[in-house]
Design a protein around this ligand. Structure first.
Ligand code: SD4
Length: 329
């Protein structure tokens, strides 16, 4: 049934007192704005510029959003200068670099790995979990065994640069049992959301997680619905920042559901951030940001504190955008 017919029927049904169950696309009708032309990719933080370039190699050739977001994530995972993604990321309090990643496509298929050490591309292991197993999520030793079994190459971890940084951190933080702190220098997870030329959405998220976290800790980044969520009827969202706060409100899923109910991507991100703020008495150091894209190519972000930015690439634009925020540091 065409959308217009549905509306007519809906109006008559309303007059007759019959309520029609709404489809996702109907929720959207009030907020339809002009679509962008061609594909679009958005990535969190400034490392997103290079990641987007990777995605664009796929999208500009007519490739699909899933391949694009995986390629983008791999760019950042391979960047040895990056201290928050991949094996050069910051270690936990015991000196281990444990990696979290997840991926989700336009068919709501998803895969994830958490607490993985010594693999260059956790995002590709996550994709393999999605495509080659009946599971969504593998963690720790089991995820590493799976990766090995699937032919992913193990790298010695931690790498030398990380060991050096860790030694320094231990020196400066004599009491290892001090409360771990997150700050804006050390939490730049990459989350990527993209729409391809067929209008299909996918997303990816990969990180070494909260620096100096407790050994064994998983953040939001490998958790579908928290660090990433995609619903091809509505839109996609990714999160960055303090994972525990994001998990508490099922952050990325919340953003997508708010868009389903008619909010713009920016409004949806803001509403999710407001919810986080309302649920925490102490916001000291609690940075969280969301980035969202809807089916019409509209996008937006929002964060608790200033400083969150994201990289955007379309046929007409390549560069950084600053996200609006609730308060200043
Ligand atoms: C985590 N959400 O492990 C990640 C950290 C992050 O930008 O996103 N940093 O909690």
């Amino acid at each position: 049934m065409k959308r217009r017919t549905l509306f007519k029927f809906g109006a008559i049904g309303g007059l007759l007192g019959i309520s029609q169950p709404a489809k996702a696309s109907e929720f959207f009708v009030n907020s339809v704005k002009p679509s962008i032309s061609g594909p679009i990719v958005l990535s969190t933080w400034s490392h997103g510029i290079e990641a987007n370039k990777g995605a664009w190699e796929v999208l500009s050739e007519g490739g699909n959003a899933l391949d694009a977001v995986e390629k983008a994530a791999r760019v950042t995972e391979s960047d040895r200068t990056n201290r928050s993604v991949g094996i050069s990321g910051r270690p936990d309090r015991d000196g281990h670099v444990t990696l979290d990643a997840c991926i989700m496509n336009h068919q709501s298929k998803c895969g994830s790995v958490g607490f993985v050490e010594g693999y260059e591309h956790p995002i590709s292991i996550a994709r393999s979990v999605m495509e080659n197993t009946q599971h969504v999520m593998l963690v720790g030793e089991g995820a590493e065994d799976y990766a090995k079994w699937m032919g992913f190459k193990k790298i010695k971890s931690p790498i030398e640069e990380v060991k050096k940084d860790y030694k320094q951190w231990r020196k400066e933080n004599k009491s290892l049992f001090e409360k771990p702190q997150i700050n804006h220098e050390n939490h730049d997870t990459i989350g990527i959301i993209a729409m391809d030329e067929n209008g299909n959405l996918s997303g990816a998220c990969t990180t070494s997680g909260w620096a100096y976290k407790l050994h064994g800790r998983l953040g939001d980044s490998p958790i579908i619905g928290a660090g990433l969520f995609v619903d091809n009827e509505v839109g996609a969202a990714v999160a960055t920042g303090l994972g525990e706060a994001i998990i508490r409100i099922a952050g990325s899923h919340t953003v997508v559901e708010l868009m389903r109910n008619g909010m713009s991507p920016e409004e949806a991100c803001k509403t999710a951030v407001d919810r986080i703020i309302a649920k925490h008495d102490d916001l000291t150091g609690l940075q969280c940001g969301f980035l969202a894209l809807n089916k019409h190519g509209e996008y937006g972000g929002y964060s608790v504190y200033n400083g969150f930015n994201f990289a955007l690439k379309t046929n007409d634009f390549e560069g950084m955008k600053d996200a609006p925020f609730n308060r200043k540091w």
